[in-house]
Design a protein around this ligand. Structure first.
Ligand SMILES: [Zn+2]
Length: 375
């Protein structure tokens, strides 16, 4: 599932080296659960107690519920570590918890056991809480809290086991199919199931709304929407990986690009190159050597007067390794470099010789052609 950006959460702890984050939206669901437990669930279980007793139980039960979610996510993280995958962070947010992995598991077996670990933790917790309600020293209030926690952990395990990618059950499904069908087809099937389940939740939510149960209705719709987006995004990512597999920079670069001499003014370069061709950037040369890259962006940053007064040499991005890629480099790696360099283009060079230019547009055109031709 997608995780939060950096600014909207706080780190509350670090467990086995993994930062535990609280997303601000978690406060909404935490408040909602404390409230429904304290004013609905516990009063219905044990009537005629003082309100303070209900609120105390509501608060304790909610906190332990989120500890349970955290343990579920840590279950995923511990098994991931056994398969050599680091978990970057665990974040609690409005729809529960999400463990963010550094990268995808390498095979279906790893995927399967990593996905199974969370629901197994929740099922074990359900059993433990259920059993603890019957211990002789546990009073009726504590027993009510324990019974609730047994129930909610069971629900958590079962809900997560629905075979809808990217939920745990969907990952189990993908892991099981991966070996025989390959990752791409397994992901397509699992995320198709995810989309189906998402629409099922949305429709169920609409029916709840019609029946007048607006809180559950809105809730189902929101979760359905979240799963729909997440399953579509995971599938897109896998398709991109598949489409780029084995493709090198040479396959996607533009050959025989024009170059601009470093000695002229930016105004000349604008008139004679950028305006004539509409290209977004040119390699800059001094003699036979490539010395930098001049982008349209760099030209536009200058006023017309400045363009007359500034040399290409003064306005260009000087040649650094961040701007250069080799023709045999894997394309995904070059795309990541492009994003880092913030130029959306790289010079393709071999042994100091300019072979071509790799541009984001070129990459996209190339991908589209591959897809259209089914290659
Ligand atoms: Zn899980």
């Amino acid at each position: 599932m997608s995780a939060s950006s950096r600014t909207d959460h706080v780190q509350i702890a670090k467990v086995i080296g993994i930062p535990i984050n609280l997303h601000f939206s978690w406060l909404i669901i935490f408040g909602l659960i404390v409230w429904t437990l304290s004013t609905g669930y516990f009063p219905a279980q044990q009537p005629d107690l003082p309100a303070s007793s209900y609120w105390a139980k509501g608060l304790v039960a909610s906190l332990l519920f989120f500890v349970s979610i955290l343990l579920h996510e840590l279950g995923h993280a511990v098994i991931a570590l056994r398969y050599g995958l680091r978990t970057r962070s665990i974040t609690l947010f409005i729809f529960g918890g999400v463990a963010q992995l550094d990268k995808d598991p390498r095979d279906g077996r790893a995927e399967f056991w990593m996905a199974a670990a969370g629901p197994l933790v929740s099922l074990s917790l359900a059993g433990l809480f259920y059993a603890s309600a019957f211990l002789p020293f546990v009073g009726p209030s504590a027993a009510a809290v324990a019974t609730y926690l047994a129930l909610i952990n069971l629900v958590l395990a079962l809900f997560n086991l629905v075979p809808a990618f990217p939920m745990d059950g969907g990952r189990l499904l993908r892991g099981a199919l991966w070996g025989s069908l390959g990752k791409a087809r397994a992901t397509r099937i699992a995320s198709g199931a995810g989309t189906f389940f998402a629409y099922f939740l949305i429709v169920a939510g609409v029916f709840s709304l019609i029946r007048g149960d607006s809180l559950s209705g809105v809730w189902y719709i929101l979760i359905g929407w979240f799963i729909k987006d997440a399953s579509a995004a995971s599938y897109q990512q896998v398709r991109l990986d598949e489409a780029l597999r084995g493709v090198t920079v040479r396959d996607a670069m533009v050959e025989a690009v024009g170059t601009i001499p470093s000695s002229g003014s930016v105004a000349e370069a604008a008139r004679e190159y950028f305006m004539r061709t509409g290209y977004g950037s040119y390699p800059v040369t001094r003699g036979d050597a490539v010395v930098g890259l001049l982008c349209l962006k760099d030209v536009l940053r200058l006023s017309p007067e400045e363009r007359e007064a500034t040399s290409v040499q003064g306005a260009m991005r000087p040649l650094t390794s961040a701007l250069v890629t080799e023709p045999e480099a894997p394309l995904p790696q070059a795309i990541a470099r492009m994003a880092q360099a913030g130029t959306a283009r790289l010079l393709v060079m071999q042994e100091g010789r300019l072979l071509g230019l790799l541009t984001m547009n070129g990459v996209i055109r190339r991908l589209k052609a591959r897809e259209d031709l089914g290659g």
